[in-house]
Design a binder for this molecule. Structure first.
Ligand SMILES: *[C@@H]1O[C@H](CO)[C@@H](O)[C@H](O)[C@H]1NC(C)=O
Ligand SMILES: *[C@@H]1O[C@H](CO)[C@@H](O)[C@H](O)[C@H]1NC(C)=O
Ligand SMILES: *[C@@H]1O[C@H](CO)[C@@H](O)[C@H](O)[C@H]1NC(C)=O
Ligand SMILES: *[C@@H]1O[C@H](CO)[C@@H](O)[C@H](O)[C@H]1NC(C)=O
Ligand SMILES: *[C@@H]1O[C@H](CO)[C@@H](O)[C@H](O)[C@H]1NC(C)=O
Ligand SMILES: *[C@@H]1O[C@H](CO)[C@@H](O)[C@H](O)[C@H]1NC(C)=O
Ligand SMILES: *[C@@H]1O[C@H](CO)[C@@H](O)[C@H](O)[C@H]1NC(C)=O
Ligand SMILES: *[C@@H]1O[C@H](CO)[C@@H](O)[C@H](O)[C@H]1NC(C)=O
Ligand SMILES: *[C@@H]1O[C@H](CO)[C@@H](O)[C@H](O)[C@H]1NC(C)=O
Length: 892
């Protein structure tokens, strides 16, 4: 019995120990990971695919790929990447899948929303494929931090977000979302615990609600590009805890920002692009804790106030693209903590020793370009100078290379363009900041040569070198293998281009135009079309055949080989250049039949083959020909046969009248190095006969539509089909053998500004209907066999004798030959009615076009850099914010 008891007790003990062990075991399993949450996570993982283009961050990686089932218990999901569990309960309380290459749609059925214990959720920088924010988000009521920034969410922010009353951080920035119903007002009435609120790019489209002042715990508020308008309620002065405030890119009334003066804890303030002006500055006087002040793209047109010198903590002072004028207050030079000083694009003046800036020892970014400064590059001896990474001193009247540069070893970007630097490029330039320099601009100076022409540059990551618009002599300098873009146009360089250039396998832009290079083009140049976007060899003395481009790769957007002595045929391989938008082979000695096969290039907008030896008839059209062509110049060749009437029907882009915003035809040549994106465009340029005069178009508007078939041997009639090309502005058919009448249907080309039919064998009368062409500024039918009265009225009142001379049968004004005997009046012109509304619309078109011609841009090269206002905006829109966010980090 005792033994039995003993046995029983022993068993009990064993059981207890075991069961204790078991519960231990079970509870430890519990604490590590709950089955239900593990399976929810795995289903979450399966609901997306990993897509490398879904995240932008250079540190992005697919966190979910480490999530797997392991062993019998299934794997401890608490140890998975991006998961945080509660130590006591084992519930998943944090999920960070930011920058994880997640791609796919998400809705309320997603198992994510079963994780009811979540307190922190970060899905930033993925791509949820334009999903709406699922309303089930409202079930995650314990959330205190929610980051859904840059995720590709669209639509209205669901009301359920406002149920998350524990939120301390809410970041919905960078999504094309709407916050209208619910509104910013309802949000600020509900989420009273918010300390960080970031709604950049969310369409709020409202005035600023009074209730925003309820969020008195806010330390960080960013409302960039939210379409805020109207006035600010002064009670916003209650947001006294704010340390970061950005209202950039909104159109509210800046005069109502006086409450800013009360936010004395502010360390960062961004009023970029807010139409702010003078008065606003006075609100900032007391904000002595500011370290980061950004006021670019505004309308400040006064002196820089001297009290800026009292903001001694400033590390960033960005005032570019305003109208600040006058000299700089001395106090600016006392801001010893400045790291980033940007005064680019104002009207500041004065003569300064470079040393004054160099005394600001912490400077890394200094931008003084495009003011009226005169900088004296004194010789700086043995003083420590700042290590710059970005230095723009363009148009600063520098007369020599500042010698302090030679010891700079951290420069990434150096712009000395548009100065007055004479003489040779010193040897040390070719090794300047050899490990870091990405962009070097020495264009528009008076540089004459290279100190040591044979020196091999030691740059390792130099991407862009601009030496254009100087007086450089000698042969092509050596280039580093890293180069993407090389500009040396408008110099006096000569000699042959060796095949060594083909070693530059990363090159995207090669611009050697307007020099005196000669010899044959190395055949291997054609292979560079695997990387080249832009090849510009215009106006040199190159001879021999055109290299066979696009045989393998085809990235080319622009080929300009015009004004050389190239000969032979057009290489048939060009038909593979399926990104090509611009092809100019004009003014060469090419002997070929009409290259109708170029019509297969789907992107071709501009084709110029003028002044060559193209011969033969144009032949029958192909089905889908030149779908995007807007400008065709075949003038001065030997083409024969009828005008390509059946082709006209197919040139779709010439039928579309598109007078929208002023845009230029250009190739996007932006590139990225590390986290920097250099936003650049290369504008197409061309020379064409415009209104009888050879005209150089430095830039070409995208709605310009022109056909020039002049000076060939075309015969036959002017086809009626030409009237389909409604967008046509310039039509030149002069100097051919065209016969028959001028079709009255030409009057349907209502955008026509210049019509040249001179030097043909046209007969009959000038159709009266042409008087309807209200924009016609140039009209020439001289030297034909026309008869009858010249149409009178409207534009025809402006044409002179030489428009009509050489037609023995024409009569009436402006010719002296009268049509009717003295005393009899001419028959009334048969005009169709035109309303004034349309006229004024067209008037606009005319003006816009004139603007384009007048552009003073050198050689059609538009450099966006980071600083071109429009491009800057694009840059910021697509990439900039992300980088800024990363740079500035987050408080808390
Ligand atoms: C990857 O994402 C891009 C957009 O970021 C999308 O266009 C593409 O279709 C996606 N690829 C796949 C395989 O889903
Ligand atoms: C969620 O799943 C249910 C049942 O499968 C389905 O009826 C419903 O349409 C789904 N909802 C969404 C938003 O896909
Ligand atoms: C979310 O909450 C609603 C109502 O409280 C409930 O009907 C729904 O099932 C919940 N959804 C999830 C995924 O828990
Ligand atoms: C989300 O993750 C990103 C990238 O890791 C980080 O920069 C950001 O601060 C996180 N958001 C929150 C609210 O913690
Ligand atoms: C702002 O603060 C004042 C004083 O603390 C308070 O009376 C007022 O109600 C607050 N305004 C708002 C809109 O919260
Ligand atoms: C700035 O501070 C001074 C003194 O602290 C105060 O008198 C003045 O009113 C403040 N200015 C503004 C604009 O708030
Ligand atoms: C700037 O500081 C100087 C010297 O401390 C002081 O006299 C001046 O009033 C301050 N200016 C402003 C606008 O606070
Ligand atoms: C330059 O300055 C350093 C330290 O200030 C000093 O040691 C050195 O002798 C100076 N060199 C010349 C040439 O003055
Ligand atoms: C180009 O590369 C080839 C092979 O890599 C080399 O032999 C040649 O010297 C290089 N030419 C130049 C000019 O660098």
């Amino acid at each position: 019995m005792g033994q039995l008891l003993q046995h029983f007790l022993l068993k009990c003990l064993l059981f207890l120990i075991l069961s204790h062990f078991l519960t231990q075991c079970v509870s430890s399993v519990l604490r590590s990971c709950l089955d239900s949450e593990r399976s929810a996570l795995l289903r979450l993982k399966d609901s997306f695919i990993v897509n490398r283009s879904a995240s932008y961050d250079t540190l992005a990686y697919p966190k979910v790929s480490s999530w797997k089932l392991e062993g019998q218990v299934g794997g401890d999901c608490c140890s998975w990447d991006g998961i945080e569990c509660d130590d006591n309960t084992g519930h998943v309380i944090g999920l960070d899948l930011s920058s994880s290459f997640l791609y796919g749609s998400i809705n309320s059925n997603n198992s994510l929303f079963l994780l009811h214990h979540l307190r922190r959720l970060n899905l930033s920088d993925n791509n949820f494929n334009r999903s709406e924010i699922p309303s089930a988000i409202g079930n995650l009521t314990r959330l205190s931090r929610l980051d859904l920034s840059w995720c590709g969410f669209t639509g209205q922010i669901p009301y359920e977000v406002l149920q998350l009353s524990n939120l301390v951080i809410l970041d919905l920035s960078g999504n094309p979302l709407e916050l209208r119903n619910p509104s910013l007002k309802s949000l600020s009435e509900r989420l009273l615990n918010l300390k960080i609120l970031d709604l950049d790019k969310v369409n709020v489209s409202s005035t600023i609600p009074q209730s925003l002042a309820n969020l008195s715990a806010l330390t960080y508020l960013s409302l960039e590009d939210c379409e805020l308008h109207g006035t600010f309620p002064t009670s916003l002065a209650n947001l006294t805890q704010l340390t970061y405030l950005s209202l950039a890119e909104n159109e509210f009334s800046p005069a109502t920002l006086s409450w800013l003066a009360k936010l004395t804890k502010l360390t960062a303030l961004n009023l970029d692009s807010t139409n702010s002006y003078g008065e606003v500055l006075s609100y900032l006087k007391n904000l002595t804790k500011l370290t980061d002040l950004r006021l670019p793209y505004n309308q400040f047109s006064e002196r820089i106030p001297s009290w800026f010198g009292n903001l001694t903590g400033l590390t960033t002072l960005v005032l570019h693209s305003n109208e600040f004028w006058g000299s700089m207050p001395k106090s600016i030079f006392t801001l010893k903590n400045l790291v980033d000083l940007n005064l680019y694009g104002n009207h500041l003046c004065g003569t300064y020793k470079l040393e004054s800036f160099l005394n600001l020892k912490k400077l890394e970014w200094l931008q003084l370009s495009s003011n009226h400064f005169s900088l004296l590059s004194t010789t700086v001896i043995n003083v420590t100078v700042p290590k710059f990474s970005l230095l723009t001193l363009a148009s600063c009247n520098l007369s020599k290379f500042p010698n302090f540069l030679s010891s700079q070893d951290k420069l990434e970007f150096l712009d000395l363009g548009g100065n007055k630097i004479h003489g040779c490029i010193p040897k040390w330039i070719w090794g300047l900041s050899a490990q870091t320099l990405q962009v070097l601009n020495l264009s528009e100076n008076f540089l004459t040569g290279f100190d040591q022409p044979t020196v091999v540059p030691s740059w390792t990551i130099l991407r862009k070198l601009d030496l254009s618009y100087n007086m450089l002599q000698g042969s092509l300098p050596n280039l580093p293998a890293s180069i993407y873009q090389f500009f040396v146009s408008n110099n006096l360089l000569k000699g042959e281009i060796s095949s060594g250039i083909c070693n530059l396998t990363s090159i995207t832009v090669l611009d050697l135009s307007n020099n005196s290079f000669s010899g044959m083009l190395p055949p291997c140049l054609g292979n560079l079309s695997e990387s080249l976007l832009v090849l510009n060899l215009q106006n040199n003395n190159f001879s021999g055949p055109i290299p066979r481009a696009c045989e393998k790769g085809n990235t080319l957007r622009m080929i300009d080989l015009s004004q050389n002595q190239l000969n032979g045929r057009i290489p048939r391989s060009l038909v593979n250049c399926n990104m090509l938008g611009f092809l100019n082979l004009g003014n060469n000695q090419i002997e070929d039949t009409y290259p109708s096969w170029l019509g297969r290039l789907p992107e071709l907008r501009i084709l110029i083959l003028r002044h060559n030896g193209f011969h033969g008839a144009i032949g029958e059209p192909k089905s889908n020909e030149f779908p995007k062509l807007r400008i065709l110049d075949l003038s001065f060749n030997k083409l024969t046969g009828c005008l390509p009437s059946r082709h006209f029907q197919r040139w779709k882009a010439m039928k579309v009248v598109d007078i929208g915003k002023l845009r230029y035809l250009e190739a996007d040549i932006s590139f990225e190095v590390g986290k920097r994106i250099w936003v650049l465009d290369f504008s197409y340029s061309m020379t064409m006969t415009k209104a009888g005069v050879e005209t150089k178009y430095e830039r070409i508007q995208d709605f310009l539509v022109a056909i020039d078939l002049s000076s060939n041997k075309f015969d036959g009639c002017i086809p009626e089909d030409i009237q389909m090309l409604k967008a046509l502005q310039f039509l030149n058919l002069s100097n051919n053998f065209l016969s028959g009448p001028i079709p009255s249907s030409l009057a349907n080309l209502s955008n026509l500004q210049a019509l040249d039919l001179s030097r043909n064998k046209l007969s009959g009368e000038i159709p009266q209907e042409l008087v309807q062409l209200t924009f016609l500024g140039f009209f020439n039918v001289s030297h034909n066999q026309l008869t009858g009265p010249i149409p009178q009225g409207k534009q025809f009142g402006t044409f002179e004798n030489n428009s009509f001379e050489g037609n023995l049968g024409l009569c009436g004004n402006p010719l002296s030959k009268k049509c009717y005997p003295e005393g009899l009046s001419p028959p009334p012109p048969s005009l169709s009615k035109k309303d004034d509304g349309e006229d004024s619309w067209l008037q606009f078109g005319w003006k816009a076009i004139m603007l384009g011609y007048g552009s003073g841009v050198v050689n059609g090269l538009v450099l966006g850099y980071l600083f071109n206002p429009m491009k800057h905006k694009l840059f910021v829109k697509y990439f900039g914010r992300k980088m800024q966010n990363r740079r500035r980090g987050r408080m808390n």
